[in-house]
Write a protein of this length. Structure first.
Ligand code: SF4
Length: 219
């Protein structure tokens, strides 16, 4: 009798370190969207707009099946999902698992991802490339630069690029009326920041003065 091969350990379910979620959000892409802000970013951009999301231990690990079920069962109509942070592409396996689930379960939803990485950097890294290519319709990419202000409602700074990665993404960008996009939504943040600005307020508009939270990164 020969010894049988040891049973392989089951793969641990993927998780995503999540700082906050909100829905329905209308300020971070077309239509009504579910937004996930992930925790963890090592970029240290001067005047980071979401420093509370920089620590990798901010927020909590959420198994993808639980996060996906929460997203897929919200009782309002949604047109898509936007992932921001923090740096979503520093968690490529969890991001890939989440986007793959959304892409499968909600094929009519558009998928957008904010990242501080350039598209060229993403394409050069197999895990990051697999996380978004073929799943994501629109990516807003590039590091946040406070010295390069932008008045575009979807860009934190002028150096960032909005790139369509699919036919649907190209169609959405062609149809997008940026003047009709709301500049921000207000919501409840996590932990000690009870209020948060969701989106990218217009230049010079002091919406943060009346709210104690910080804007989400948007990079
Ligand atoms: S602005 Fe965004 S990319 Fe830059 S340090 Fe903050 S969270 Fe990271």
């Amino acid at each position: 009798m020969t010894a049988s091969a040891p049973k392989p350990e089951p793969l641990p379910p993927h998780t995503l370190r999540v700082y906050a979620t909100a829905w329905p959000v209308t300020a971070l892409g077309p239509g009504q969207r579910f937004v996930v802000w992930v925790s963890g970013c090592g970029r240290q951009c001067p005047r980071c707009v979401s420093p509370e999301m920089q620590p990798p231990d901010a927020g909590r690990d959420v198994p993808i099946p639980i996060l996906a079920r929460r997203i897929l069962t919200v009782p309002v109509h949604l047109d898509g999902i936007t992932i921001s942070g923090g740096e979503p592409l520093d968690q490529p396996e969890g991001l890939n698992a989440l986007l793959r689930t959304i892409w499968t379960e909600k094929p009519d939803w558009s998928i957008m991802v904010y990242t501080g990485y350039r598209l060229e950097e993403i394409m050069a890294d197999p895990a990051r490339r697999e996380a978004v290519i073929g799943l994501t319709d629109i990516i807003i990419e590039g590091p946040f630069r406070v010295s390069l202000p932008s008045d575009h409602p979807l860009k934190g700074s002028a150096n960032q690029r909005i790139v369509a990665l699919s036919d649907r993404g190209r169609a959405l960008l062609r149809q997008l009326n940026i003047h009709a996009l709301p500049r921000f939504n207000a919501g409840l943040g996590a932990y000690n920041s009870p209020d948060m600005i969701i989106g990218i307020p217009p230049l010079g508009r002091d919406v943060c003065g009346s709210l104690s939270g910080k804007s989400p990164c948007g990079t």
